[in-house]
Design a protein. Structure first.
Length: 391
């Protein structure tokens, strides 16, 4: 039996990972940082209604989902860097519009413009271009962890920043971070390492194939689970355990930090395994087990904390593993298009988790129903997870 040896990141790979992780985190902060405060702000503006408040929250994700595939396809033909630059300019422009928004409708438009900068696919494709197959999962792990950190930071910082600088100030901060990301992609990512573009490029429809379905369905389920979990967990902390909302960040920070003790060994195992598809199955199984445990044991604080640690550990691992294996399975010529479809499924999963989780929370199913939804989704993905790569 041949066992793969994980390769340490080389200095150029470390530079690429560091800069691209910052760019990706900026995009995620654009989604997450305003979540705790945007709906109330939109409702307080002139002509603000509950519907427009909901549109202001959801417009970013909607336009992201619509533009991920075009941005990915265009990055295969025009190059990764030009598409990332264009996406960041749209992100910055939408943030500026949000800063000056005086009505609810203007705020909706600002969020939609922010979301048009769909850089996820091109960023992940560029990272795959700049890393070797042996070190790619480790590189992708930094992107996955940056998502988790962005989420936790946003839960903690969003309300604090809104009180200190206002929601318009948060838009200004997000725009400023976008300028930092723009400087990084222009000056910190070496141009000489850029892949040749448009050479032997496959039609973008070539990525809509059955052998890539496990990757697309996996990221859909993963972000459905994430969104559903953070619809139910805050209610469980408040209603079942009497924890004030202002203190929830302490719980999230503790469980996320603890989850790295599970994520890191799984990543190392995946890199060294000669059957890495099996590690994806284990990650999906842990995801399902965590959600079922939450449904059954959320009334016990310690049991709930352990289940959330397992969830985050599996989430962080799969957030790294799925795009890494997809970038290999799709091949270099269609990598941007494949990761564009992948990112679309990511946002669609988050949207589905929000709609279905919110509906179940308000029904007789309540908190346990939300967790069971995520658990069933993860269990369903297990039926195809093992086909995510060739053995």
């Amino acid at each position: 039996m041949v066992v793969k040896t994980a390769a340490a990141l080389s200095p150029p790979e470390r530079q690429a990972v560091a800069t691209l992780a910052v760019i990706y985190a900026v995009r995620m902060l654009g989604l997450f940082l305003l979540l705790p405060v945007l709906a109330l702000h939109a409702g307080s503006l002139p002509r603000g209604t509950p519907l427009l408040a909901g549109l202001a929250v959801g417009a970013y994700g909607l336009t992201q989902a619509l533009m991920q595939i075009p941005f990915g396809v265009w990055s295969d033909s025009l190059g990764r860097r030009p598409l990332i630059v264009a996406g960041l300019l749209l992100h910055i422009g939408g943030s500026a519009l949000g800063y000056f928004a005086a009505t609810a409708w203007t705020l909706v438009i600002a969020r939609a413009v922010q979301g048009l900068g769909a850089v996820s696919g091109p960023v992940m494709a560029l990272l795959a271009d700049r890393t070797r197959a042996a070190s790619r999962t480790r590189a992708m792990a930094f992107i996955g962890i940056s998502i988790g950190i962005s989420f936790v930071v946003s839960l903690v910082a969003g309300p604090v920043l809104a009180g200190a600088i206002g929601v318009s100030g948060i838009f200004a901060l997000i725009g400023g971070l976008g300028l930092v990301a723009l400087a990084l992609i222009l000056f910190a990512v070496p141009k000489e390492a850029e892949r040749e573009i448009g050479q032997g490029r496959k039609p973008w429809r070539s990525v809509l194939t059955r052998h890539l379905l496990p990757h697309y369905s996996g990221i859909f389920v993963l972000h459905l689970s994430l969104t559903a979990t953070f619809i139910a967990v805050p209610h469980a902390l408040r209603d079942a355990h009497g924890m004030a909302a202002a203190d929830h960040w302490q719980f999230y920070l503790a469980v996320f930090a603890s989850s790295l003790l599970l994520t890191v060994p799984m990543l190392l195992w995946s890199e060294r395994s000669n059957r890495p598809a099996r590690t994806s199955v284990i990650g999906g199984l842990l995801l399902a087990v965590a959600q079922v445990a939450l449904a059954l044991c959320y009334l016990n604080f310690m049991a709930m904390a352990v289940a959330v640690v397992i969830f985050f550990g599996a989430f962080n691992f799969l957030e790294a593993r799925l795009p890494s294996s997809l970038s290999e399975a799709a091949g270099e010529d269609a990598r941007g298009a494949a990761l564009g479809v992948f990112s679309t499924c990511q946002f669609a999963g988050a949207f589905a988790g929000g709609i279905l989780g919110g509906g179940l929370l308000g029904s007789a199913a309540g908190i346990p129903g939300v967790f069971l939804l995520a658990g069933l989704a993860a269990a369903g993905w297990l039926t195809v997870a093992g086909r995510s790569e060739s053995p």
